[in-house]
Design a protein around this ligand. Structure first.
Ligand code: PHE
Ligand code: CO
Length: 296
């Protein structure tokens, strides 16, 4: 099945307005996956699972097992949905790609998680620019079984609907929060720093880099700090923010953000690689390999 994405709206980032593509909710066309698609899933699944034991938060692999995800075949959303219905009440819906922001937020606020139905090509195992099925399912879906994280995702969706009605700049602040938590977050555990961000767990290189490289900063999570910090969409992150627990995320984001957005509208943003005096520093990055421009 081939679909042509349609340009539907523009989203304000620090780089200006960028196009957002997409469309509608569909049925996962499971029967159309080719043997190559299933093989791509198997290759990525085995490779990441091996890397992530001891690197990702323990419940990440545990929850994949609770879902019955395996290397054998691409999971059926309908089967994953049975597990979600009995636990946190989330529902996966199949989409063709990135949704317009407001549509995405409305789904999250209703505990529906959009998952890209198609999987990358064999030549894209290490990198592709857009989210695909592997990123969405392997990376995002496991934590939807965690009751606290599941609530955070819903609250984020509701917060997005609200921010969209305030100003594009408010949305840009909120997007940074998603980026540095849901996509690129680290968590401090008794066994040391672990990964919980979906953008990291679905990437071989960044799974290692985010924890083991001396180049990036690792800084304690602080809501306002995160919402002021620019990020990279084209390279590994210069800075990772570390939470103590998922409860910390829920608690920090419980207050009404309206006054915060007003304050941030007058505050300068921080370059992605900056370390501030007020930061709790786990690791001050050497900055090796950083590009000097291109923060979003
Ligand atoms: N409390 C935020 C607000 O009032 C909503 C929110 C919750 C945003 C969780 C992000 C994450 O806008
Ligand atoms: Co993602």
């Amino acid at each position: 099945m081939q679909t042509v994405a349609e340009r539907v709206e523009h989203q304000l980032t620090d780089k200006g307005y960028v196009p957002v593509y997409t469309t509608r909710v569909i049925e996962q066309p499971w029967d159309t996956y080719t043997a190559t698609d299933h093989e791509t899933w198997a290759t990525l699944f085995k490779r990441q699972r091996e890397l992530l034991v001891g690197r990702a938060a323990n419940e990440f692999v545990e929850n994949q097992e609770r879902f019955g995800m395996s290397a054998d075949t691409i999971p059926k959303f309908s089967e994953l949905n049975r597990v979600l219905a009995e636990t946190t009440g989330w529902e996966l819906i199949a989409v063709e790609g990135l949704l317009p922001e407001l549509t995405f937020f409305e789904h999250l606020a209703s505990r529906r998680f959009p998952v890209t139905w198609w999987i990358r090509k064999p030549e894209q195992l290490d990198y592709l620019a857009e989210p695909d099925l592997f990123h969405d399912l392997f990376g995002h879906v496991p934590l939807l079984l965690n009751p606290v994280f599941a609530d955070y995702m819903q609250a984020y969706g509701a917060g997005g609907v609200k921010a969209a009605a305030i100003a594009p700049e408010a949305l840009a602040n909120l997007t940074r929060l998603y980026w540095y938590t849901v996509e690129f977050g680290l968590i401090d555990t008794p066994e040391g720093l672990r990964i919980y961000g979906a953008g990291i767990v679905s990437s071989k290189g960044e799974s290692i880099y985010s924890l083991e490289s001396d180049a990036p900063n690792r800084i304690g999570f602080d809501l306002e700090r995160v919402m002021r910090t620019r990020y990279r969409i084209d390279t590994y992150q210069k800075t990772y923010f570390v939470i103590d627990s998922y409860e910390q995320l829920i608690e920090a984001t419980r207050p009404d953000f309206t006054p915060l957005y007003a304050r941030l509208a007058d505050a300068a943003s921080h370059p992605a690689g900056d370390v501030l005096d007020s930061d709790t520093v786990y690791q001050r990055g050497t900055g090796e390999g950083w590009l000097s421009d291109g923060d979003v």
